[in-house]
Design a protein around this ligand. Structure first.
Ligand code: SF4
Length: 180
């Protein structure tokens, strides 16, 4: 009697990449606590440089910053430059590596070994993300519901966006304090 196999949609096959393809990404998750500290330092540095970005123009610095951000984050996180980085809320596991692009937790297809149902040799980015979040001081942020991806931001710098928002929030708080 033939052994029943798992259902597979017609005309498709699982994507197979060697586990070594995910080595650095998995390292990042294992060191999520350390990377969180690096991220905080970097965010403070960028915020400190806000007067410079403003003087030169955020638009003008976008291109060189994107080049650096893309290079660094592609190497460490397999970043897809979605433009709205969620790493600090996803245990340093980039959710855009989920073949289904899920930004709010795993689907129901995670395999018993914790791997992805679409890419059987790839650890589920959300299983990894949960483990990474347990090492982070701000790990509880993984419970935050993420808004849908805004595809118009794709390819833009998340670093600059976060900096501009933080600077605007800081300025608003300062002017509230200064108000009589
Ligand atoms: S969440 Fe977006 S910006 Fe952050 S690493 Fe993933 S693709 Fe890159």
């Amino acid at each position: 009697m033939p052994v029943p196999s798992a259902y597979e949609p017609a005309g498709t096959g699982p994507v197979r990449r060697a586990r070594s393809a995910f080595t650095i990404r998995l390292w990042a998750v294992r060191h999520a606590g350390f990377l969180e500290k690096v991220y905080t330092l970097l965010a403070d540095l960028f915020l400190g440089l806000h007067p410079l970005w403003k003087a030169v123009g955020y638009q003008r610095v976008e291109k060189p910053v994107v080049l650096v951000e893309r290079t660094v984050k592609a190497f460490v996180f397999d970043c897809r430059m979605c433009g709205e980085c969620a790493l600090s809320k996803t245990g340093m596991s980039c959710p855009m590596n989920c073949p289904k692009g899920l930004r709010n937790g795993p689907c129901g297809g995670v395999r018993a070994n914790g791997n992805c149902e679409v890419e059987p040799d790839m650890p589920c980015v959300w299983v990894e993300g949960w483990q990474g979040s347990r090492q982070m001081a701000g790990g509880e942020a993984i419970h935050t519901v993420q808004p849908p991806v805004d595809h118009s931001l794709r390819g833009t710098s998340s670093w600059l966006r976060v900096t501009a928002r933080a600077a605007a929030a800081r300025d608003a708080a300062n002017s509230e304090e200064a108000a009589p």
